[in-house]
Write a protein that binds this ligand. Structure first.
Ligand SMILES: [Ca+2]
Length: 331
């Protein structure tokens, strides 16, 4: 078949087929009338949201089945530490991070002094989440959360709670739910806050009456710092240390050899002869790579970073990036 003709056919097929899906999905909202009714009831009676507002918002959900497919096909985390690190800790991300750190130094330090969370950790989280604001997501949050809340076979309960939080958030903060975009899972703004965290932990630091995680640097930095502080960040404490312990000891802890962060008791710290951190602090043994015997000891702050994303690799990459953004170019 002629190449261009084939392309044209595919194009016609896609336009036609997508329209069919669209029409079908809009009608499909009727199928969820009971569920939507329950959500509206809760929003109105428990959270004092205006009924017309909640109804109008929820009935303007357009299902995006593509998101269900993305969720279903999300690759399982099979990366090794080396692979993960090379994806996120690129020289470009480090370079941009240094520039971002220097360009916004005054505002970042203002937040660091107020919350006790290092500026470089805030920058590193922004770097890993959205490439310092370079990409905050193109999915309409209402449609993403609506699709996942009503149609996700397993995680619908989680996303239903997020959808409710989203409606409460937009109503109380006078945000336009038709104009908010983010990740396919509903994470918003430069720090990629889910609606529940946006509602509970985001901060209107610049005091303009709006908590704006897209445009206000002070709001963005303060919200990240507040999130970490709220989850137990310890000011002036290290995130981790490199240690050496006997092979038989870590093999005892990581019997299966899978990447993990596990708490280690005082008793074992002595038994394994691990140099004790002077500060009283919870200790975790972290395995990054069994093959290369790469393990280290983490403290409370490592676990706090994992509250942002419960992945050992994630917390380690954020930590490494934070170390690199404060160094000069030639270090
Ligand atoms: Ca603000």
């Amino acid at each position: 078949m002629n190449y261009h003709f084939k392309k044209l056919l595919i194009f016609i097929y896609l336009v036609f087929f997508n329209n069919l899906i669209y029409a079908k999905d809009t009608n499909n909202l009727k199928k969820y009338e009971n569920e939507l009714g329950e959500i509206i009831q809760e929003l109105v009676y428990k959270y004092k949201i205006d009924q017309d507002y909640a109804t109008k918002a929820l009935y303007s959900i357009e299902f995006k089945d593509k998101i269900l497919k993305i969720m279903a096909n999300a690759p399982e985390r099979k990366d090794t530490w080396q692979e993960y690190k090379s994806k996120y800790l690129t020289s470009e991300r480090i370079r941009l991070g240094r520039k971002y750190f220097n360009d916004n130094y005054t505002l970042l330090k203002q937040i660091e002094n107020n919350y006790g969370v290092p500026a470089e950790v805030i920058v590193a989280l922004l770097g890993v989440e959205t490439n310092y604001g370079g990409y905050t997501g193109n999915y309409k949050i209402l449609n993403a959360l609506g699709t996942l809340a009503l149609k996700h076979p397993k995680r619908n309960k989680f996303f239903k709670a997020q959808l409710k939080n989203f409606i409460i958030l937009t109503y109380r903060n006078k945000l336009n739910y038709n104009k908010l975009y983010g990740s396919y899972a509903g994470a918003m703004g430069l720090p990629q806050f889910m609606p529940d965290n946006y509602r509970k932990l985001a901060v209107d630091y610049d005091g303009d009456g709006n908590t704006d995680l897209w445009n206000s640097k002070l709001d963005i930095y303060a919200s990240i710092a507040n999130f970490l502080k709220n989850h137990g960040w310890k000011t002036n404490e290290k995130i981790y240390s490199n240690i050496k312990i006997d092979e038989k000891h870590y093999k005892e802890i990581f019997k299966k050899g899978d990447v993990r962060t596990v708490s280690i008791s005082e008793k074992n710290i002595q038994k394994y002869n691990i140099p004790k951190n002077k500060i009283l602090n919870k200790n975790y043994l972290i395995l990054l790579s069994k093959k290369y015997n790469k393990y280290l000891i983490g403290y409370t702050n490592f676990k706090v970073i994992m509250r942002y994303n419960p992945s050992t690799f994630y917390a380690m990459v954020v930590t490494n990036l934070s170390e690199k953004v404060v160094l000069k170019n030639n270090e």
